[in-house]
Design a protein around this ligand. Structure first.
Ligand SMILES: Cc1cc2nc3c(=O)[nH]c(=O)nc-3n(C[C@H](O)[C@H](O)[C@H](O)COP(=O)(O)OP(=O)(O)OC[C@H]3O[C@@H](n4cnc5c(N)ncnc54)[C@H](O)[C@@H]3O)c2cc1C
Length: 579
């Protein structure tokens, strides 16, 4: 990897300088994937969930459209599989897709069993349809606030589970490794300072990295921490060039960049240009329901052609009462800006939405670092390929959270039963306090907000919906310059650590986007507009390997984990039907 390698750990610490905490399973991140993982752990084991915000702040909470799953008797697994593979630009792992799609009905039923109130119609689930889906198969709740309702039920379930303890407002600074094995994490709380948490097994579920772009639908916490800290710990990451842009993000000066769910287009909304002309049929026969990358590209092209900063969603031809009933949250938000969702044209443009690349996991959630698992948006599991199909990500979090929690718990339980307590023997590791900046006077204050804003603008301009070798080269040089004086510093609070994580992730994304000399899925190279069979492979990166390595599609996750990672036992809990 070219550029500047930062230190292994972001801050100084040592076994004699920080308090210690011991748990069987440590879950980092309290979104849907993390809580689902915690709930899957054997209830006889101690589980600690560490979350940097309160549990109500996560992408999972913000999810709107819903969860995809074959629950309608008229629908079929092979159709959901085919839709996922088609959207994924020939980079999905077909076995992974098949496994996740087949598990969806059980995971949805389980949520209902835990009290989630999905929207109903005529006594059955009211199924929505979104871009790229060939059938109505999206379960949703509270109209367009699915995440809020699902998380309410899952948080209540976690709180009622005696072996699960949650530490909110606690920031994970780094994973702790010893002799290549994950031993837990170093965390920080504003009142308690740093704590070393020693765990038999650790599950990373810290979500995405959308905040690396100026225009983003993601909450403030989506700063790529998990990818950066797994990378520093030596885990393999993959497909970092694939950031999905959501085509329709509300674009009103001074307003939040709220996503306008795909379901609005599913319900029949049109996309029109500044002159009110509907344009999607010119780009794709599926019109407004084409996959997100196609719609994002079309909008970018129309904005360029019309020299206008946005396009518009037009719902005026739909039944106004249906619009207000089906999309109450969106209607309320529009009203705040004097717009009526059912009659006015709503200004929208694309924004960074979903990080497709991430930490490599196999089909049971194991990363390449022994004793470290991962689930949810922080991972690259092989489900999404080069482009995620709408509403498949909450599903992925549920499926992989469940698998990772079950296996991590099973392995931790076996260690506990065998009185194998090495994970709790505190080794002499740490980072010396004497590390000084390589450039610039020690301790000189940096305007962190300025660097963060500059990075986000740069990523939007140079590494956005369309990239070129030239724009990526310029971005790489600028980010390398920032890394040189920001990464070696030791900060004392999350603002600094998040900036360091954003820079690490930005560097990886730029390098990966420059390496992939083709257009595929959400990665659009204006200088290589064609998709090439030669590039039908994943690009993997690891901190201690100078160059990326490529892995063919089907074998990708299993091969990456088995060649670079843990031996992997065969812990299968009794009665588990899962792979
Ligand atoms: C506006 C919006 C709408 C969406 N709509 C849908 C939809 O309808 N259907 C769908 O399938 N997907 C949707 N998505 C995507 C989906 O919500 C996410 O992919 C999914 O929720 C990710 O779940 P997760 O558990 O992996 O991460 P998250 O839900 O983001 O949870 C990660 C948690 O980790 C915590 N964390 C992060 N870093 C640290 C750290 N350093 N230390 C401690 N804690 C940390 C965060 O605070 C957060 O609570 C949407 C996303 C957005 C932003």
């Amino acid at each position: 990897m070219s550029g500047v390698a930062g230190p292994r750990y972001l801050v100084a610490f040592g076994p004699t300088r920080v308090p210690h905490w011991f748990t069987d399973v440590l879950v980092l991140g309290g979104g849907l994937a993390g809580l689902r993982a915690a709930l899957a752990v054997d209830p006889r084991l101690a589980v600690l969930v560490v979350n940097k915000d309160d549990l109500n702040e996560s992408s999972s909470q913000w999810a709107q459209g819903g969860i995809a799953g074959v629950v309608d008797p008229e629908d079929r697994f092979d159709m959901h599989v085919a839709d996922t593979l088609k959207a994924g630009g020939e980079l999905c792992d077909p076995a992974v897709v098949e496994g996740v799609v087949r598990e969806a009905p059980d995971r949805i039923a389980e949520l209902i069993g835990w009290g989630t109130q999905f929207d109903l119609r005529d006594g059955g689930l009211d199924l929505g349809r979104e871009g790229g889906h060939s059938h109505h198969r999206i379960v949703h709740a509270l109209g367009d606030a699915t995440g809020r309702e699902v998380m309410r039920a899952v948080i209540e379930r976690a709180r009622a589970t005696p072996n699960i303890e949650v530490w909110p407002e606690t920031f994970t600074i780094d994973l702790v490794t010893h002799e290549g094995v994950c031993r837990g994490a170093l965390v920080w709380h504003p009142g308690r300072g740093k704590t070393m948490i020693w765990a038999r097994r650790t599950i990373l579920a810290t979500g995405g990295a959308g905040q690396i772009y100026r225009e983003s639908t993601n909450p403030a916490g989506a700063s790529g921490d998990g990818i950066a800290l797994a990378w520093r710990a030596g885990a393999a990451v993959r497909d970092m060039e694939f950031m999905q842009f959501h085509p329709t993000v509300l674009y009103i000066a001074g307003g939040s960049r709220s996503l306008i769910t795909e379901a609005v287009r599913g319900a029949g909304a049109h996309l029109v240009d500044r002159d009110g002309r509907r344009f999607m049929p010119d780009f794709d026969a599926r019109g407004e329901l084409a996959p997100r990358d196609v719609v994002s590209r079309a909008i970018t092209e129309v904005m360029r052609r019309t020299a206008h900063s946005n396009v518009y969603l037009d719902l005026a031809h739909l039944d106004a009462a249906m619009v207000r009933h089906r999309f109450p949250g969106m209607a309320k938000l529009c009203r705040k800006f004097g717009l009526d969702l059912s009659t006015d044209r709503i200004p929208v443009r694309p924004g960074a939405h979903y990080m497709i690349g991430g930490v490599v996991v196999d089909d049971r959630g194991r990363t390449t670092v022994p004793h470290l698992f991962a689930a949810g948006e922080v991972t690259s599991s092989g489900l999404h390929g080069a482009n995620r199909l709408a509403s498949n990500s909450l599903l992925e979090g549920l499926v992989y959270g469940s698998r990772a929690g079950e296996l991590a718990g099973c392995e931790a339980g076996e260690d506990a039963a065998a009185a194998f307590d090495e994970p709790f023997a505190v080794p002499q590791i740490g980072q010396p306090a004497a590390e000084e900046p390589t450039e610039g006077p020690p301790g000189e204050a940096l305007d962190l907000a300025d660097i963060r804003n500059s990075l986000r603008s740069l990523m939007w301009r140079q590494v956005g919906v369309e990239r070129s070798g030239e724009s990526l080269e310029e971005a790489a040089q600028t980010v390398a310059g920032w890394c040189r004086y920001v990464l070696p510093r030791q900060f004392t609070n999350p603002q600094g650590w998040q900036l360091q994580n954003l820079l690490e992730v930005g560097r990886l994304m730029i390098e990966a986007a420059a390496a992939r000399r083709e257009t595929r899925g959400v990665h659009v190279r204006s200088d290589f507009p064609a998709t090439s069979d030669d590039w039908r492979q994943h690009l993997c990166w690891q901190r201690d390997r100078a160059e990326p390595w490529s892995v063919p599609v089907a074998a990708a996750a299993a091969e990456a984990v088995s060649t670079a990672g843990p031996a992997g036992g065969d812990c299968r809990p009794a009665g588990s039907g899962q792979k």
